[in-house]
Design a protein around this ligand. Structure first.
Ligand SMILES: *Cc1c(COP(=O)(O)O)cnc(C)c1O
Length: 227
């Protein structure tokens, strides 16, 4: 069988992984089902999307053993649409959102795996928790009332810059935070095992700094056209 460009890109990207055990989440936002199917045929089962309508449509049309990852900012009123099928929500950027996920998950009798998105970048536009909020929430009372979520780690996005020292520093900050949280007496619905950090431009640095999941789009599917 002829190798598709997407399967070749996947091979190339994976060959550069400093950590072969790091999970590759193929970010397929804006890309058609045909492209996703090609990555699927090359063995990929984890796909990331950032829009509720798009991920819901794609999940309905594509193979049922795909694990769908929500990686973009999620509005509370849209949580209910993804809860029935979502594998992991990386982008839980507030307590209000987490509460809503718990509520909708309870309605359908599910437990939803979540990552808490941490604010590490030096940019106004990045969402997320800071260190103090995380500590007080994870050691507080409220988390114990959330029976339908499982927090499995942290997610972060570095500043959009070509300065590698800045990016590496931000990934280090996230890893340190993760390691420190791991040492705490965490509640039963919190487990620090995954760090989702790294995209096409910085996944090498991210893996060197301890990432367990990278979210890679353009290096696999080519650049995006937002029209
Ligand atoms: C789009 C996106 C990615 C992938 O970006 P690439 O540069 O195409 O690899 C990763 N993470 C998030 C949160 C994104 O929105």
């Amino acid at each position: 069988m002829q190798k598709t460009e997407i399967s070749q890109n996947l091979e190339k990207v994976k060959a550069t992984f400093p950590n072969p055990d790091c999970l590759l989440v193929a970010v397929s936002k804006t890309k058609p089902n045909t492209a996703i199917q090609q990555a699927y045929d090359a063995g990929i089962r984890d796909f990331g999307e950032n829009k509720v309508q798009e991920i819901t449509d794609k999940a309905a049309q594509l193979p049922k053993d795909i694990k769908w990852h929500m990686i973009g900012h999620l509005q509370r009123n849209k949580v209910k649409f993804i809860v029935p099928f979502i594998h992991l929500i990386h982008s839980v950027d507030s307590l209000r959102l987490l509460k809503q996920i718990n509520k909708e998950a309870e309605k359908v009798g599910k437990t939803i795996s979540c990552l808490l998105q941490v604010y590490i970048a030096n940019e106004e536009t990045k969402f997320g928790w800071d260190k103090e909020e995380l500590n007080s929430f994870l050691l507080g009372e409220e988390i114990n009332t959330m029976n339908n979520i499982q927090i499995v780690g942290l997610m972060g996005m570095a500043t959009n810059t070509t300065d590698e020292a800045v990016i590496r520093g931000e990934f280090k900050t996230l890893k340190d935070l993760f390691d420190n949280l791991k040492k705490l007496p965490l509640p039963k619905n919190v487990e620090m095992k995954e760090i989702s950090m790294g995209m096409s431009s910085d996944y090498l640095l991210a893996q060197q700094e301890g990432s367990t999941m990278v979210r890679i789009g353009s290096a696999i599917f080519g650049s995006r056209n937002y029209n």
